[in-house]
Design a protein around this ligand. Sequence first.
Ligand code: DC
Length: 231
Amino acid sequence: VCALSNLVIAIDGPAGAGKTTIARRVATDLGLQFLDTGAMYRCVALLATRRGFTPENAEGAAHLAATAEISFQPGDPQKVILNGEDVTQAIRDPNIGDFASAVSVHSAVRRHLVAQQQRIVQQGGVILEGRDTTTVVAPKAPVKVFLTAGIDVRAARRHRELIGKQIDADLESLKSMIGERDHRDSTRQDSPLRVADDAHVIDSDGMSIEQVVDAVERLAREYEASASVQS
Ligand code: DC
């Protein structure tokens, strides 16, 4: 049996570092399931905005997190289904990303989503990415990566991505939004974004998508080789 098919790879990092793009590619190459944990926080955010909740409404958001039915449909890109509705596009709105960051500070919201994420991870053969996947959701994942890049590079990538989707975006305001999001995600009380002790830090400044994908896959193969030597 190929060890890679049961592998768990966890990737954390700040907004716009390319985690989703990289994880999606590695998932396809290695035949792993792809779990986008940020999409789940975005789903809660989408529901909360539709109900007119403020981000401070912890109880309301926790109720939504507990009752929302979130599932992923394989495909390229994979679809996100929320209570039967295809929200793949809707959750990518930058305002929803911001709102997701704000509701993700509430422990009650995190508890519900982390429990769902851990059920998926237990099945094995998954690559997951987010802010706390290497530290809280899957701290025992044999391959852990902290993927980062300078803020200018990340803002420029996001800008290109949005323009490509014909969504209006201003580089400077994107940069300040990303800066604020990083600050909130790494200074919150519960499960802040941080580099896990045994994570491999990949700084993707000046690296192509291909090079980052290769670097992650090399780590996976190294783990596989060391695991098969031990068994
Ligand atoms: O990765 P993303 O942009 O889709 O994430 C949106 C927000 O959700 C992010 O700013 C913080 C929150 N989040 C989190 O708290 N924990 C995760 N594992 C993933 C996302």
